[in-house]
Design a protein around this ligand. Sequence first.
Ligand code: SF4
Length: 465
Amino acid sequence: MECTNMEQKSPFLSKMINAARVYYIETFGCQMNVRDSETAAGLLETVGFSRGTDKESAALILFNTCCVRDHAEKRVFGNIGALKERKDENPNLIIGVFGCMMQQQEVAEKLYKRFPFVDIVFGTNLLSRLPAFVESAEAGSRTLAVDENNIQIEDDLPSIRTGKINAFVNINYGCDNFCTYCIVPFVRGRERSREMQAVVDEAKKLVAEGYTELTLLGQNVNSYGKDLINASFASLLTEVSKVEGLKRIRFMTSHPKDLSDEMIAAMASLPNVCHHVHLPMQSGSNEILSRMNRKYTRERYLEIVQKLQAAMPDVELTTDIIVGFPGETEEDFLQTLDLVEQVGFASAFTFKYSPRKGTSAATMEEQVTDITKRERLQRLNALQERKSRENNEKYVGLAGIVHVEDCNTKNEPVCYGKFSNFKMVYFTGTPELIGQYVPVTVTNVRKNSLYGKTAESSKYKTDTN
Ligand code: SF4
């Protein structure tokens, strides 16, 4: 249901078009939100705004919100509340809030009421209308717009890319999985895929702009194409990999239940598809996986891992794990530790379960106490730290190609970037290397990072590009 409320302010508060017209966007949450902020930036620049580097000098401040993380609402409300004084000093300042959190009608209304100095509140689904909302704000009107049913894919919106060496490309939106702890299907809607040609065309455009590395984005990339005819994630990878000049293709996130043999074969055979899979495991207990509605078992998860490792011996796996899900017993948790031990993830994002309003897990009985969650998280992190260290140590003496992301010249000239399989490497170098593909030999491991020196050639067989 769409709710749009444009409220006229008293005439003396009407805004003049601000001379500077500089915008600043603060983004919370995942890569999907980063990509949405790039689109918001593109839309604003088409109507004459230019990008600022801080809130202080901005004439328009936008918050792109996320509702997935812990205490997200509190953090966003706190950030917005802090702007009241600035708005009092400068009534021409435009403040807008959008993103997943604002897709929730109730939360959007609450924010709109609590902060009368906020000019624009809208859900992500209405992003293409941002210029119109800003125009209204400049004319003195407030906007509250939420449309839960607008699931149209808008392919041709302008955007300003923020990635220095890697560009994000959306391939599908929304999610049909309804994991019992997750709010995403309720705020991002049902799953829908972009046409394959639209993705390939965007990849070609980005390569023409100078990008040689892309990340294909979706809540569940592996189910790409299920709403199209004759399309799958494997066939999409195959088509995108043909784009001339494209050296590295990454993707995220993969749902284990949809990761097919066809996709593993495509990954292994296409030379520019990177050998890294972010494969959220969430739990190692079948009982908890079932309560989470993940639709795979620990045995199936391990089988996928083994297939990936057999097809690509250099593949690196990263994951997400939740501890203290409702009903998780010590035995269930030990199953999680056991699976982490067996798989050997390069790294893991680990979380204590926290209930999200509107999800079924939030009302499940047998909630785990915070003290138990904390204790389990510590044990899991200690194990993962050991596994990450072991994983890093196997690289000492190996060489590979680093795609250089950035360099820090403050103390010592250190550049960094990733091997094709996502391992981050630091080495001595200077800023002209940014964007280059540089052979680096790993010489040592410090804390949790790989350090190396530039090498004559690569002996590391993954990095052929
Ligand atoms: S797959 Fe599950 S965790 Fe991921 S977005 Fe969909 S519902 Fe959320």
